[in-house]
Design a protein. Structure first.
Length: 167
């Protein structure tokens, strides 16, 4: 019934042209399996349940309007910062094209053939970030790769030790 009211197949507020609860029950719901359960097939109970459901939906709609107005007021007081600019004057690094391009350039070893400033000048995506920020992202990526390699070596050494102790 909820879905029927929300989708407009059953009126939220009964008008003069709309069928009454008894007629609605007999034409639309009487033969549905969920209404074959004890006490659901009673047209008198259907009328009160329909009234209660309509009231719940109306109340939720009214609360949604109040919430929407409150959010609009909050957005006027505190405008939402766009995803591409965190208030710093340059885009967020995470998820940016510059991040994926830098990863590819480091994988290719290009970073070791030039300074961070020179590498920054190779692509327009890099120039969206201040030189210091871009340089720090290069160093951060290299540091995390170094840690990853150390962990992998330690794991491999642990596997080799456990394999030799089994002999």
């Amino acid at each position: 019934m909820y879905k029927d009211i929300i989708e407009g197949r059953v009126a939220l507020a009964r008008g003069p042209a709309d069928p009454g609860p008894k007629e609605l029950f007999e034409t639309r719901y009487q033969h549905r399996p969920e209404f074959q359960v004890e006490n659901h097939g009673d047209p008198g109970m259907f009328s009160s349940r329909l009234r209660a459901l309509r009231k719940q939906i109306t109340d939720k709609h009214e609360r949604a309007i109040v919430d929407s107005n409150a959010l609009a007021n909050d957005r006027l007081l505190f405008p939402e910062v766009p995803d591409n600019d965190a208030g710093r004057g340059y885009p967020k690094w995470g998820g940016s094209m510059a991040k994926s391009l830098l990863k590819a350039d480091i994988d290719a070893g290009i970073h070791s053939t030039m300074t961070p400033a020179e590498l920054r000048d190779t692509r327009p995506e890099y120039k969206q970030f201040p030189p210091k920020v871009f340089r720090n992202h290069i160093y951060q990526d290299l540091k995390s790769r170094k840690k990853h390699v150390k962990k992998k070596k330690a794991k491999m050494a642990g596997v080799e030790e456990s394999a030799s102790s089994l002999d």
